[in-house]
Design a protein around this ligand. Structure first.
Ligand code: HEC
Length: 81
């Protein structure tokens, strides 16, 4: 799910893409990620990327939990790379 829907913007390992202002989502706290996803889905995050909002809107609560869990378990990117 993450690989298909999110990696294009956030990177295959959730490392983000600084040049495009796509934030790193790897290795953040599950509860934080889930809260942000709910806000994104409900359109309550003012500056949310519109393509991401459309995508996340189609997710059920269980999908949000699964993808938040996945991101939380991604190892933090190596700053040397
Ligand atoms: C079209 C590009 C794009 C796609 C696809 C996308 N995102 Fe994002 N995402 C962004 C951008 C840009 C931001 C930063 C601005 C914002 O909050 O929308 C962001 C922010 C976030 C944040 C908040 C990060 C933080 O530190 O607060 C989370 C969590 C997130 N995305 C998760 C996801 C998940 C999960 C998916 C797949 C279901 C996804 N994104 C798909 C572009 C994208």
């Amino acid at each position: 799910m993450f690989e298909r829907d999110c990696a294009g913007c956030h990177g295959p390992r959730g490392e983000g893409l600084a040049e495009a202002f796509h934030p790193m989502v790897a290795a953040q706290h599950y509860r934080y990620l889930l809260r942000e996803l709910v806000l994104i889905r409900d359109g309550l995050r003012g500056n949310s990327n519109p393509a991401m909002v459309q995508l996340v809107k189609s997710y059920a609560q269980a999908d949000l939990e699964a993808v938040a869990d996945h991101m939380a378990q991604l190892p933090p990117p190596d700053p040397k790379r």
